[in-house]
Design a protein around this ligand. Structure first.
Ligand SMILES: Cc1ncc(COP(=O)(O)O)c(C=O)c1O
Length: 390
């Protein structure tokens, strides 16, 4: 494709599928003047809880998954000096949330097939300071929750699931986010349900979800969430120094309709994911492992690996050539220990997490939005094939 055409027809990586229902709902919110946390946030929480099969009172909508992780870690009772075990292959927000809670993230290398934290390597990282395990269901593929829960219960650890990729994920018939003490979700613009920015926590008890809500709104007592309702002004009390993490009705207005289409979007992404799997089977690149039996993959990311020795070009050359062909690509992720901050602060060396380092140095995510047309998918397949074959 000529360069000008490629620019004009650029396939944006992670473009959200926004339809008229979302537009009308946002306009409706603008017209009522209720922009902040209000009835649509409550409806979105109830709808999300219903989708997850939990009590409607056990979900709290926040302004990001980062916020959800931060307040969940605090509500789990984790304090300065504690350690939280997580995966070496995740977005920086996972580790940063642990650090913001005053604790130390302790990464564990990943399994080369599932790309999730390797349960066989967890116990060697447990010390007398370890308080929790924070697994990430990478790309939407569930972690080995049987093994993780077994380790957690034997060592008295909390479990906080990072479900940023895992809204539709299930493991042995149970939904992701309902295994741990807390499940944290993202509605960032590229996510399977997008509200622009947004997040959700689901918790196991009303006591803990109340604590999440207090922490997420300045540390104000529960009534603060309803202080401007039509039932009259309610006084609140500040009970601790909290944060400003609440979701707005404008975001929930989008989320309600995105969530209503979560299954049809999943079906479309599964179709594209399968198309890539068969189209790339003969190419000298790494493809994601097929989902395990008795699990449900959320198909959030389709990640290939490109290595100079086998593919004939480096990962970064591949990224450049895909962009020149008018196709947006992503990298999920360089491993945590490849970033200078963590190296300097914690002395991490990426060679200590060799599986995550290798994957992080060779991975590329291809577009997987449900609104990709068949001819967009074909263009992506053709471009990958011709770039790799040179
Ligand atoms: C694994 C993981 N955890 C946490 C986050 C943070 O989510 P948010 O952008 O909603 O704060 C992301 C976002 O990309 C993520 O991919």
């Amino acid at each position: 494709m000529a360069e000008a055409d490629a620019r004009e027809n650029f396939i944006v990586f992670g473009a959200p599928d926004i339809q008229q229902a979302e537009i009308d709902e946002v306009v409706g919110s603008l017209k009522t003047g209720w922009l902040g946390t209000g009835p649509k946030v409550h409806r979105f929480e109830a709808d999300f809880a219903a989708y997850k099969g939990v009590d409607p009172g056990l979900a709290a909508a926040l302004n990001s998954c980062t916020a959800a992780l931060h307040v969940s870690i605090l509500a789990a009772g984790i304090e300065a000096g504690d350690e939280v075990i997580t995966t070496a292959m995740t977005f920086c927000a996972t580790a940063n949330a642990i650090i913001h809670a005053g604790a130390t993230p302790v990464p564990v290398d990943i399994d080369p097939v599932t790309l999730n934290l390797d349960p066989a390597k967890i116990e060697e990282r447990i010390t007398d300071k370890t308080r929790a395990i924070l697994p990430v269901h990478f790309a939407g593929r569930p972690c080995d929750m049987d093994a993780i829960l077994d380790i957690a219960s034997r060592h008295g650890l909390k479990v906080i699931e990072d479900c940023a990729h895992a809204i539709e994920t299930e493991y042995h018939g149970q939904k992701a986010g309902t295994f741990g003490d807390f499940g944290c979700f993202s509605f960032y613009v590229t996510k399977n349900v997008a509200t622009g920015e947004g997040g959700m926590v689901i918790a196991k008890s009303t006591e803990t979800i109340d604590r999440i809500k207090i922490l997420s709104l300045h540390g104000m007592s529960r009534d603060a969430w309803h202080r401007f309702s039509d039932s009259g002004y309610k006084h609140y009390q500040v009970v601790e120094p909290g944060f400003k993490y609440n979701m707005m009705d404008l975001q929930a207005a989008i989320g309600i309709h995105q969530l209503a289409r979560v299954e049809s979007s999943w079906l479309r992404r599964r179709e594209i994911w399968n198309r890539y799997q068969s189209a790339f089977s003969g190419l000298p690149i790494g493809r994601p492992a097929e989902p395990d039996v008795d699990t449900r993959h959320a198909f959030h990311l389709y990640t290939i690996t490109v290595e100079l020795e086998t593919a004939g070009l480096s990962r970064d050359q591949f990224l450049e050539q895909m962009t020149s062909a008018g196709i947006g690509v992503g990298v999920h992720y360089q491993s945590l220990a490849q970033h200078p901050f963590y190296q300097q602060r914690f002395g991490w060396n990426s060679a200590s997490f060799p599986v995550a380092e290798k994957f992080g140095s060779s991975t590329v995510s291809l577009p997987l939005s449900p609104n990709l047309k068949d001819n967009d998918v074909q263009r992506i397949v053709d471009s990958v094939t011709s770039i790799v074959k040179g």
